[in-house]
Design a binder for this molecule. Structure first.
Ligand SMILES: [Zn+2]
Length: 475
């Protein structure tokens, strides 16, 4: 697969493919708002079904909170508000009446969920609480918006919120969340780094934040998931207390973690090529497309056989589509390749005669004849092969884009030349962190989580490095 256009003209590739692969309509007349199209929405739903499964398996329960938050409740947590102040849409009127209390369109849901936690939590026995919802949120973005990446309406925000009796339990919950996200991105074959965000750049109201970043083909880092330890910050503001065994009242400890539709963009970027999308089979809305190749001058029942094959594969649980349109096969091939269908089966007169089907992998273009007798088994094997190969290829590309750099000059040179992520030694100090950011002109993703112990000295203060810091241009 070629990724030249994808890498050199990523923006153009991305917006082109949103339309031509039936993912998203970008001409909606409000800035930063976009329309999910049928194929895109199916893809989104199968990706978030994986997330739902992972959360349910680990004891999270799905809820659905209202979208509006009264101003007085929203403004309770001062730091949180400072973080979101400039981004909130306000509802000020109901019909012709001016509202007594303005209502915020949620930019995130801490302030709508936690007042309810305060009502639900009475004793130790009510804890822990582990809930999640998949909802839309609104943020008044002033920067340039981009479908799925920088939005004014994030249509798909999976946010989980937990409450615990003990600080250690919240710490353990953070690790559980990190592991859930690792499994999620691994399932999607989306490569990532995990970092602890710099203390001066954590989520508004959190004790610390952990972030997952992947790389776009243009070499810029894209944050695709965050996990926050809120400690008791919100619990104190919203009065989230429980009665311990001895009768004493304690504030709870909390965590929250989120993933948005950015992950769909990440899937498209990780596996796409110059032709278009290339979807991992388990999330592809259509896994196998059958293209009959009729021959007018021969009496071969190509269509009939193609239909029988379709029914056979559908009965085996595969998402299969038979393309019976009156188009030339070549046009059909290209149409489905752009949409990223992992496997194409061609049924022509030769195939019928030899009782076989010609299979073509979307990722490699590899062609092979499969005898009808073993079709189901062989197709399933091929699809599994595609999943594994896509994941491996994406990780290889990603690893090749992470470079070590011991000093600011090298960091600058590396990122300027090829983008990607640079790993540098760091003393962990704020002044040095800010100097690093300033001198290189790039962003600190944060200190590498579970990272190797760094060799060398902090490039700013020359003290022995305590951690590795990851630096990149970011979205
Ligand atoms: Zn330093």
């Amino acid at each position: 697969m070629k990724r030249e256009r994808l890498q050199h003209n990523f923006s153009e590739w991305f917006s082109g493919i949103l339309r031509s692969a039936d993912i998203m309509e970008t001409r909606y007349p409000v800035k930063g708002l976009f329309v999910w199209l049928p194929h895109g929405l199916k893809l989104r739903n199968s990706v978030f079904a994986i997330m739902r499964g992972l959360l349910e398996q680990s004891g999270h329960q799905e809820v659905l909170f209202p979208q509006l938050i009264p101003e007085n409740i929203f403004r309770k947590e001062a730091e949180h508000i400072r973080g979101f102040e400039g981004q909130v849409y306000w509802v000020t009127h109901g019909g012709r009446d001016k509202l007594d209390v303005k209502l915020a369109l949620r930019p995130t849901s801490e302030t709508s969920i936690y007042p309810m936690f305060a009502l639900w939590i009475r004793s130790h026995a009510d804890l822990p609480i582990k809930i999640y919802q998949i909802v839309n949120i609104f943020r008044y973005e002033t920067k340039m918006t981009k479908p799925m990446i920088r939005l004014r309406e994030v249509t798909t925000f999976k946010e989980a919120h937990t409450a615990h009796a003990k600080s250690e339990e919240a710490e353990a919950q953070v690790l559980e969340a990190v592991n859930i996200y690792k499994r999620f991105f691994d399932e999607l074959g989306v490569p990532y780094v995990v970092t602890k965000r710099p203390p001066w750049d954590t989520f508004a109201g959190a004790k610390y934040s952990i972030a997952f970043d992947t790389l776009a083909p243009d070499g810029r880092a894209l944050q695709i998931g965050t996990v926050h330890n809120l400690e008791q910050n919100f619990a104190r503001v919203y009065g989230l207390k429980y009665e311990a065994l001895g009768g004493k009242q304690h504030y709870v400890y909390q965590t929250c973690y989120g993933v948005s539709e950015r992950v769909i963009a990440a899937v498209m970027m990780a596996h796409g090529d110059d032709v278009g999308l290339c979807l991992p089979p388990h999330i592809a809305p259509i896994q196998v497309v059958i293209v009959p190749i009729p021959f007018k001058d021969r009496e071969v029942p190509v269509e009939q056989i193609a239909t029988a094959i379709k029914n056979e594969l559908a009965a085996a649980g595969l998402r299969v589509h038979l393309d019976e349109r009156d188009l030339r096969p070549g046009n059909k091939f290209y149409y489905w390749e752009r949409r990223g269908v992992p496997l194409r089966l061609e049924v022509g007169p030769e195939d019928v005669k030899k009782e076989q089907v010609t299979a073509v992998r979307r990722d490699t273009g590899e062609k092979q004849a499969i005898p009808r007798g073993v079709l189901k088994t062989k197709v399933k094997q091929l699809l599994e092969g595609v999943t594994g190969d896509l994941r491996e290829r994406a990780w290889n590309l990603f690893h090749a884009s992470i470079k070590e750099a011991p000093d600011t000059e090298t960091i600058k040179r590396v990122i300027q030349k090829r983008g990607g992520i640079v790993r540098a030694p760091w003393c962990g100090g704020k002044a040095c962190g800010e100097a690093l950011k300033e001198q290189t002109g790039w962003d600190l993703l944060g200190e590498e989580f579970d990272g190797r112990a760094p060799a060398g000295a902090c490039p700013i203060c020359s003290k022995r490095a305590k951690v590795s810091v990851l630096i990149a241009r970011t979205y």
